[in-house]
Design a protein around this ligand. Structure first.
Ligand code: MF3
Ligand code: CO
Length: 262
């Protein structure tokens, strides 16, 4: 079932999204060489509480043990915060989800730790560009295939492995709702987008091949070839006033303005 949100419900998702954006801001400020992933987890947990929200991730499926997913280097997604201390030259993906009055917000970004290689920075920037290309396709009347095709075109153009096993998703009262939003597709194909839908657009690009493996902890997803991976995600709502990015840095950003700024 694809949930259709009212203005009132979208207002709650906007609050959840603003909380997630604040978590991002604070983790980005703190992340540096020598800082441990557990210290960043603490910042995530306290920021979510300050906003009167709860974590979408903690105890997800009865087993996820943390508030954030922190995924360094070859970890694609779902890295569990641990004692690892960040090192100069690492890249780190930060994923956060928050619930406000029963509605979820979910978003991720990847950042350099200190000075990183030009290759690593290019991966980060291109994955972000892939996300924005997908976001620009989120509008009433477009189809799911338009989103996936736009994302994949960016990854393919740079020779990156575009991960297929993990996908974007609908969001609302649940973090993961229908439809799945793959980072591949055919323009003009698939589900037609309607007002009231909210989608998380979340490409994962690898410097090497697209293939993945999961650690013995059952969560940590890595590139099969050990190459670096980046992950970016925003939650986009198709509101009666048009599509809006609800997890943007400050206030919601109309998707129409993304054309000009990204
Ligand atoms: N935020 C991830 C997503 O974008 C899911 C996190 S998995 C969890 O779909 F276990 F941490 F919740
Ligand atoms: Co998501």
């Amino acid at each position: 079932m694809i949930s259709i949100k009212s203005r009132r419900e979208f207002a709650k998702m906007q609050k959840a999204g603003a909380c997630v954006a604040d978590v991002h801001r604070r983790v980005r400020e703190a992340a540096a060489p020598g800082v441990s992933l557990l210290e960043l987890e603490e910042i995530g947990a306290s920021t979510i509480a300050e906003h009167g929200c709860t974590s979408s991730f903690l105890n997800y499926l009865g087993t996820y043990p943390a508030t954030l997913c922190l995924s360094p280097n070859d970890v694609i997604v779902h890295g569990i915060p641990n004692e690892y201390r960040l090192q100069e030259g690492d890249i780190l993906s930060v994923d956060a989800g928050a619930i406000f009055e029963g509605f979820h917000g979910d978003a991720a970004f990847t950042m350099p730790i200190g000075e990183v290689s030009a290759e690593a920075q290019h991966l980060i920037d291109t994955t972000e560009a892939g996300m924005w290309a997908g976001i620009r396709e989120v509008r009433k009347g477009n189809r799911l295939g338009d989103i996936g095709a736009a994302v994949a075109a960016i990854g393919d153009a740079h020779g990156y492995g575009v991960v297929e096993e993990y996908v974007g998703h609908g969001i609302g009262r649940e973090m993961h709702e229908e439809p799945q939003v793959p980072n591949y597709g055919e323009p003009g194909k698939g589900l037609k987008l309607k007002t009231g839908m909210a989608l998380c657009i979340e490409p994962m690009f690898n410097i090497g091949q697209r293939f993945t493996k999961v650690d013995a902890d059952g969560w940590t997803v890595r590139t099969n070839d050990g190459s670096l991976s980046a992950h970016w995600e925003h939650m986009v709502a198709i509101t009666p006033d048009g599509p809006m990015v609800f997890t943007a840095a400050q206030d919601p950003v109309p998707v129409d303005e993304v054309h000009a700024t990204q």
